[in-house]
Design a protein. Structure first.
Length: 122
């Protein structure tokens, strides 16, 4: 899944760069949309990201590209790779600013883990 986000003034930190918490929120939202589209009848919640390391600051007005790719399916969980890049106007200059893996667990209506197995991708 590919999605885009425009960095606006309200997303900036005290130094005039994208606040990292906003980027993490957008990754979580975008990856959750991907797992929900892949498994439309299931309920998933985020259980973690494997690494949080910002490679470069991002200024206002930047268009970010979020690429979300399914990596692994476990008994009760699904993990996606998330790659965030910018400089989309020139593909030769496209720059990755953040990567992580984000894992979701399938839960029932009471929040208990349940198997992902026997589900087909949407």
């Amino acid at each position: 899944m590919v999605s885009y986000k425009l960095v606006m003034p309200e997303h900036m930190n005290q130094y005039g760069l994208l606040f990292g918490g906003n980027l993490l929120k957008w990754i979580d939202e975008t990856a959750w949309m991907a797992v929900s589209l892949d498994y439309p009848s299931a309920r998933f919640v985020t259980i973690g990201m494997n690494r949080v390391e910002f490679k470069k600051g991002v200024g206002g007005g930047t268009i970010l590209c979020f690429e979300i790719l399914k990596k692994r399916v476990g008994k009760t969980s699904v993990t996606y790779a998330a790659v965030v890049s910018h400089n989309l106007y020139d593909p030769a200059e496209k720059e990755v600013i953040f990567t992580t893996e984000i894992t979701f667990v399938r839960v029932d209506s009471s929040g208990q883990k349940i198997p992902v197995e026997n589900m087909t991708d949407g």
